[in-house]
Design a protein around this ligand. Structure first.
Ligand SMILES: [Zn+2]
Length: 382
């Protein structure tokens, strides 16, 4: 049978029901903790587990889009939740398909007659993931719900485990009722933002996910479970936030600039719009001066010029700043304290976005080609 070509790669039609899960924020350390306490034996013992790398920036939307396109952001165009439109001096949200620069594997499979279903926790991803799908395909967000019998009767709370569990439960019911050939499930990372791997809440959450993955396996589904990014603690031992404030720094240097934090989204309760990567757009040619100052600041891992970042991180040149600032494992970057809703954070900050959060699991319930085992996996090599 002919393979399906998408963005320079080719894919088989699913020969058995295939479920690809983007387990949002599943740092491998959650699986390590679950394994130690033996609360998720299916994920940690029975599935074949590999280490994979998520694409920079290690944020949700760019990596979900990488997984469904099999491509880096330089190809698909989604470099974060926002970019700065310099000509019109405004921040532009990139969560609608007009910003996508290539087609998806899901749409290409659907165009070949494969029955495709997408279920996401958050509405912000639904339009991107559903781009190009025919009306016969399923594309629903748990957040907004729908009248279908396989969806929850009422929308579960986004700030807790229920939203993610509802993604799995809806997928299981849908597989039973309509048996689509290809299902993409995308969860939310509230639990990982809120609880450390060894916290009882996190362990109970992983036990619940484990049961659901085992059910999908029992129903004969071919499973691929990966993640969009990992997660690190960004508060010091005394609970103080470990942030580098970029606006204050520009002001101290007397430089005019605009800062875009691509993690910003309508659901900020779990991260306060603080992540591991920020863009600085500069009015004047002061990139070298600011980069030099930033490199001397504790908590900054890399400062990259625009061309360097576009090349090395495979990012779209027109949707990144003059400087791309990347925090280390223990820090985040922000604008200034008063511009972040810090009071809304539940306890210590846990977040992602930098190199330190690009290690993700890649779990399968079928064998993987030798080439993948040897060459190192990306999370979008599904
Ligand atoms: Zn995420």
């Amino acid at each position: 049978m002919d393979r399906i070509e998408v963005n320079g790669r080719s894919y088989d039609r699913p020969e058995e029901p295939t479920v690809v899960v983007c387990f949002d924020g599943c740092d491998p350390r959650y699986l390590d903790a679950a394994k130690k306490d033996n609360v998720a034996p299916f994920m940690t013992e029975e599935l074949l587990g590999f280490c994979a790398t998520s694409a920079m920036p290690s944020f949700t939307n760019p990596n979900n889009v990488s997984i469904v396109t099999g491509a880096r952001a330089s190809i698909h165009g989604i470099s974060g939740n926002y970019f700065c439109d310099i000509e019109n001096d405004r921040e532009v949200m990139m969560n609608s398909p007009e910003f996508l620069r290539c087609g998806t594997i899901l749409a290409a499979q659907a165009a070949e007659g494969v029955s495709v279903a997408v279920i996401t926790a958050k509405e912000k991803l639904m339009k991107l993931l559903g781009h190009g799908l025919p009306s016969s395909a399923v594309c629903r967000a748990i957040e907004t719900g729908g009248s279908e019998t396989w969806l929850p009767a009422t929308s579960p709370n986004m700030y807790g485990p229920d939203s993610t569990l509802a993604v799995f439960d809806s997928g299981i019911r849908l597989l039973k009722e309509r048996s689509p050939e290809l299902i993409y499930l995308s969860t939310t990372d509230y639990m990982q933002h809120t609880y450390a791997p060894e916290a009882p809440e996190a362990l109970a959450f992983y036990a619940s996910i484990d049961e659901r993955l085992r059910m999908l396996h029992g129903m004969g589904a071919r499973l691929v479970v990966t993640a969009d990014h990992g997660m690190n603690c960004k508060s010091r031992g005394n609970g103080e936030l470990a942030a580098v404030w970029l606006k204050g720094l520009l002001e101290r240097e007397g430089v005019v600039g605009h800062i875009v934090l691509p993690i910003s989204d309508p659901h900020v309760k779990h991260h306060g719009a603080l992540g591991g990567l920020g863009h600085i757009y500069l009015a004047d040619d002061k990139a070298d001066q600011i980069a030099c100052v930033l490199r001397g600041i504790e908590g900054i891992e890399r400062v990259m010029g625009k061309a360097e970042a576009a090349n090395e991180l495979a990012l779209p040149f027109d949707r990144i700043g003059d400087l791309v600032v990347i925090a280390d494992a223990n820090h985040v970057v922000g604008t200034r304290p008063t511009e972040h809703d810090l009071a809304a954070l539940d306890g210590a900050l846990r977040s992602h976005g930098g190199f330190a959060e690009t290690r993700v699991p890649f779990l399968v319930n079928r064998s993987v080609s030798k080439e993948h085992e040897i060459s190192g996996l990306w999370n979008f090599d599904v």
